[in-house]
Ligand binder design. Sequence first.
Ligand code: SME
Length: 161
Amino acid sequence: MHAFEPDRSLPKPELYRELLAAADALTSGEPDPVANMANLAALIWQFVPDLNWAGFYRLLAGELVLGPFCGKPACIRIPLGQGVCGTAAAERSTQLVADVQAFPGHIACDAASRSELVVPLLRDGGSVIAVLDLDSPLPGRFDSEDKAGIEAIAALAASRV
Ligand code: SME
């Protein structure tokens, strides 16, 4: 099996470049979406410091349904437009939330979560197929470099899941 050894002390843009290359290598040629989401969640968990949750919600029959992830067990179904994940899916846009307690309707699956980054996975015409959700116990954990890095992973994931 592939052995990826991230150097977490790298500057963030480089760390995300390595993560993207690892994600590409790990999912290339594998058609199974669950296998690819599971490995992508595990890679993000391994590469990105200070997370308490990283994983996918899939858009199925008009609601978000829990997919492969790393972290504690989480809410299973999230209606479109609710919480940070439901907002990202409904608005088809990345949500970078520095303080989840200040986000109206935030869904507290894990009380430890303080900040959150959620990126939609868009297929061809721009329709949402899933969201990629990262949570951190640190307030203000995510910045524009994390947003750019995870958006690149989400774009790759959209073609592999
Ligand atoms: N906090 C999210 C729910 C999902 S979990 O954090 C894993 C939200 O408000 O959408």
